[in-house]
Design a protein around this ligand. Sequence first.
Ligand SMILES: NC(=O)c1ccc[n+]([C@@H]2O[C@H](COP(=O)([O-])OP(=O)(O)OC[C@H]3O[C@@H](n4cnc5c(N)ncnc54)[C@H](O)[C@@H]3O)[C@@H](O)[C@H]2O)c1
Length: 415
Amino acid sequence: MKAVVVALGKIGLPLAVQIARAGHEVVGCDIDDRVVSLVNAGKEPFPGETGLAEGLKATVGAGTLRAQADTTEAVAAGPDLVVAVPPLYVDAAAKPDWETLDAVTAAIGRGLKPGTTVVVETTVPVGSTRARLAPGLEKASGLREGTDFHLAFSPERVFSGRVFADLATYPKLIGGLSAAGEARAAELYREFIAAEVRELGSAEAAELAKLAETTYRDVNIAYANELARAADAWGLDVEKVIDASNSQPFSHIHRPGVAVGGHCIPVYPRFFLEGAPEAQLPRVARDVNEAMPAYAVDMLGDVAGQTVLVLGVAYRGGVKETAFSGAAALRDELERRGACGVFSDPLFDDNEMQAHGYPVWDGGPVDAAIVQADHAEYRELRPADLPGATRVVDGRGVLDAERFDGVAVKRIGRP
Ligand SMILES: NC(=O)c1ccc[n+]([C@@H]2O[C@H](COP(=O)([O-])OP(=O)(O)OC[C@H]3O[C@@H](n4cnc5c(N)ncnc54)[C@H](O)[C@@H]3O)[C@@H](O)[C@H]2O)c1
C-alpha cells in the first residue's frame, strides 16, 4: 500500500510510523520545515512519545517513511490512502476555526486522483465530513466522492505519550459517506491496525462516537467534582468514597481535580452541544468543571494582596501543552481577587511561560501555592521548595502531605 499522512503532529507522526512499520510506503506531509527535516533525519520533532524515536529510526532508515512540505504533490502521486489529522483550532468558547482543516482539504483535493481513499481523523462536529470536507475535496479536485474517490472519518482516540500502545489495543472506528467507501477505508486500515477495525455504518456515527466518549469523561469528572465539594462540606474523604463505589462493576466514577484542560475534553462537549443544543447534561458539566479553579482559590481563603504560586502551566502532568490549561483560569481568578499569581513548570523555560502569558516565579517567598498539574516531579516536593507558603491546595492529589509538617495542605474533596 502507498499512503500519505498529512500533518505530522503528536498524532499524525506516530500514525505515519505505524503504517510504514507495517511494511507500507509512506510520505508524511507537514507545512513546518523544521518537522520535515527532523523526520527525514530520523529524529523526533517533539519529546514524550514512547517508541517514536525508535520507530522513526527504523522506518526512515529503511526508506519506507519520508517527509515533505508539499501535500498536493504527495497526493498527486496517487497513493491508495490519504490520512489527514491536522489540528482544528478553536476559540476560547470552543467554536471551530476551520482555516487549517479547509486548507488541508484543498491541498489534498488539488492533487487527488481517482481511486484514492481519503480518511480524516481530526475530531469534528457531527456532519462535518459530509457537509464540509467532502464538498471541499470535490471542489478542489473536480472529482466526485463515491464515484471517483472515497472519503471516510476515523476518529483519533489515542492518548499522546502512548499512541502505539493505544493503536494496538483500542478498536479503530471507521464511518464512510457510503457503504463502499467505508468498506474500502476499513480494508486499508486493516493493513496496519492489528486491533479490531469497527465499521460504524456512517461518518456521522464515527464523528459522534468520538464526541460521546470525550463528553462522557467531562460529565463523569463533573460528577466527581460535585461529590468532592459535597465531601468537603461533610468532612468526608471523596477518594475513599469513590474507591468504595467503584468496587462493584457498575460504577466508574472518575477523579475530582482543579481543572479539566487540554484540547479535547473541555472542547468536544461544546462540539456536541453545537449539534444538539437541547442537550442539558454536557452544558451543566462544563459549568461545574469550569468553576473548579475558583473553588481551589476559595480553599486558600482570602488571597488579596498575597503572592500565590501556581505549580504547572501544562494542562496535565508530563505533557508540554497549555491548551485550555487550568493555569489560565487560576491566573484570571487570582487577578480578580487582587492576588499576584506566579507560575512555574518543569517542562517550560521562563521565555516559554512568558510567551504563554504566565508571570514567572523567581523562586522567592510566596504566601500560598496551588498544584495545578500532576507532574511526577511534584511528588517529591517539600515545604522548602515552596518558601514561605503556609497554605497549599493540592488540586491533583499528588503531594506527599506527610512531608508538609506545619503547612496546611488541602486536597479537593479530602479532609
Ligand atoms: N494530541 C492528542 O492527544 C490528541 C488526541 C486525540 C485526538 N487528537 C486529534 O488530532 C488532531 C491533531 O492533534 P495533534 O496533537 O497531532 O496536533 P499537533 O499540534 O501536535 O500537530 C499538528 C501538526 O499539523 C501541522 N500542520 C498545520 N497546518 C498544516 C497544513 N496546512 N498542512 C500540513 N500540516 C499542517 C503542524 O505543523 C503540526 O506539525 C487534533 O485536532 C485532534 O483532533 C489529538
